[in-house]
Design a protein around this ligand. Structure first.
Ligand SMILES: NC(=O)c1ccc[n+]([C@@H]2O[C@H](COP(=O)([O-])OP(=O)(O)OC[C@H]3O[C@@H](n4cnc5c(N)ncnc54)[C@H](O)[C@@H]3O)[C@@H](O)[C@H]2O)c1
Length: 429
């Protein structure tokens, strides 16, 4: 029998400033009152299952040797193998990778994918390195974390500053070390190497599906609904096109080059073409321009932040006049802004659900790799839409039952699923 107290902040993080992991712990504490008997297992969520810190020594093109710090964190694998991206960024910290891995546990469970949560990172600014150097760094990192990843253990994917080529190198390195081709060890691969059709559009398509469900919930017809979008890349561009194709009026789009507006609705197909030609929305035909403040203050039915984190803050939240906010980006709304929007009755579809389309098609990629049998794009889109709709409906029902926001409801659903698995598996030994 032990009377030792449990400490939520592990000894290897700064107790006073635990960083993103501290934010995640607060979110978990907020969900605790709704977990009923499963609350007994809550500490599970406050401790990553496994953390690997690795040294990555690499010879640079000029012959010098340099070392990078790399991480792979498996937050929870009760519901299946770890799943989560690998980020290359100079500011990556252990606390950040821990928090990101935990948010992957939540996202995967919220959408009911049979995965746990994991994340990886290398402290590097990839812009300072050549392609051959990046290949050597990726291969050595993969080799170092090779002891804990694998198609049945933990499946990395692209994240900030990593892409399909990075995944191809990771897959090849892991396969070389194993002595057998293992396509299922990573997702987000090129299609020629076992990647999935539909992956590029998946996140934007998921945003469209849950946005449509939210509109339906609120009795707002898509036809003629005013939509504005921040970020017109992979996620925002796809979501805008799908809303446009269903007759919604995309009245404003903001990207890093500026903000274009047309109160009668922009021609999204022409705008996508313009961005492909010029690199941004600025200067698009049949549009006037808006300042960022004017963009946020537009009256809309649906607003989609799909660019960066921390865009909706206490400084602009009061001016926002939208019925529905669909978080395409990760963490676009600060907690203070979240409170302001909730008090105004804005229906927020949180990032863990809204942008889960990408990891859902990653799941399909993993399944296809196992069977070496590949689905058509139409099949993938159909299955994606079904999973996103089911996830939205389940979370919306919990929000109504407990009279909580969709964000809290998503955490309740996800944490309950993880802890239910923890409980029925039991503690080993
Ligand atoms: N791509 C995915 O599958 C996926 C999955 C989950 C979450 N996300 C999140 O969605 C967001 C967008 O990802 P993406 O893949 O579409 O990226 P992307 O690089 O394809 O597009 C980013 C867009 O944001 C715009 N942008 C950049 N800085 C801006 C600024 N300061 N103000 C306004 N606009 C700005 C860019 O111009 C571009 O249009 C990110 O937060 C990402 O983490 C993406």
């Amino acid at each position: 029998m032990s009377t030792q107290p449990t400490h939520a902040i592990p000894s290897y993080l700064d107790q006073k400033d635990p960083g993103p992991w501290g934010i995640y712990l607060q979110q978990v504490d907020r969900v605790a009152p709704y977990l009923g008997r499963l609350g007994k297992w809550l500490e599970t969520l406050k401790r990553p299952k496994r953390i690997l810190v690795v040294d990555i020594p690499v010879e640079l093109d000029n012959g010098t040797i340099t070392h990078f710090e790399g991480y792979r964190v498996q937050h929870n694998i009760s519901r299946g193998p770890g799943k989560g991206g690998v980020r290359f960024h100079q500011d990556v910290t252990l606390s950040e990778v821990m928090a990101l891995s935990a948010w992957m546990s939540v996202k995967n469970a919220a959408v009911n994918l049979p995965f746990g949560g994991a994340k990886g990172g290398v402290r590097i600014d990839p812009r300072n390195y050549s392609m051959p150097e990046l290949e050597r760094i990726t291969r050595r990192y993969t080799s170092e974390i090779g002891v804990i990843i694998g198609p049945h253990k933990d499946i990395p994917a692209p994240d900030v500053n990593t892409n399909a080529q990075t995944m191809a190198w990771m897959m090849d390195t892991y396969s070389m070390n194993e002595g057998a081709t293992a396509t299922g060890v990573v997702t987000g691969k090129p299609v020629s190497l076992g990647g999935s059709l539909g992956r590029v559009e998946a996140t934007g398509r998921g945003v469209f599906v849950v946005g449509s469900e939210a509109a339906n919930d609120l009795g707002i017809p898509l036809k003629g609904a005013r939509v504005s979008v921040q970020g017109f890349g992979n996620v925002g561009g796809t979501a805008a096109r799908l809303f446009y194709e269903q007759g919604a009026k995309v009245i404003a789009v903001q990207d890093h080059t500026g903000c274009v507006h047309n109160s009668n609705g922009l021609n999204v197909l022409a705008l996508l073409n313009h961005v492909e030609q010029t690199g941004g929305v600025a200067g698009a035909a049949d549009s006037d321009t808006l300042t960022p403040a004017e963009f946020w203050a537009l009256e809309t039915e649906i607003l989609i932040p799909a660019a960066l984190e921390g865009q909706i803050t206490k400084h602009n939240a009061n001016s926002i006049k939208t019925r529905i906010l669909v978080e395409g980006a990760n963490g676009p709304t600060t907690p203070e802004a979240d409170d302001i929007l909730n008090s105004k009755g804005t229906h927020i579809v949180p990032d863990v659900v809204a942008n889960a389309g990408g990891v859902t098609v990653s799941y399909f990629e993993w399944v296809q790799d196992f069977s070496s049998f590949y689905w058509t794009e139409a099949e993938i889109n159909h299955r994606l839409e079904a999973m996103m709709r089911t996830a939205y409906t389940a979370i919306s029902a919990v929000a109504k039952e407990h009279k909580v926001t969709m964000r809290t409801a998503a955490f309740i659903v996800a944490c309950s699923r993880i802890l239910e698995a923890r409980e029925v598996r039991g503690l080993y030994p």
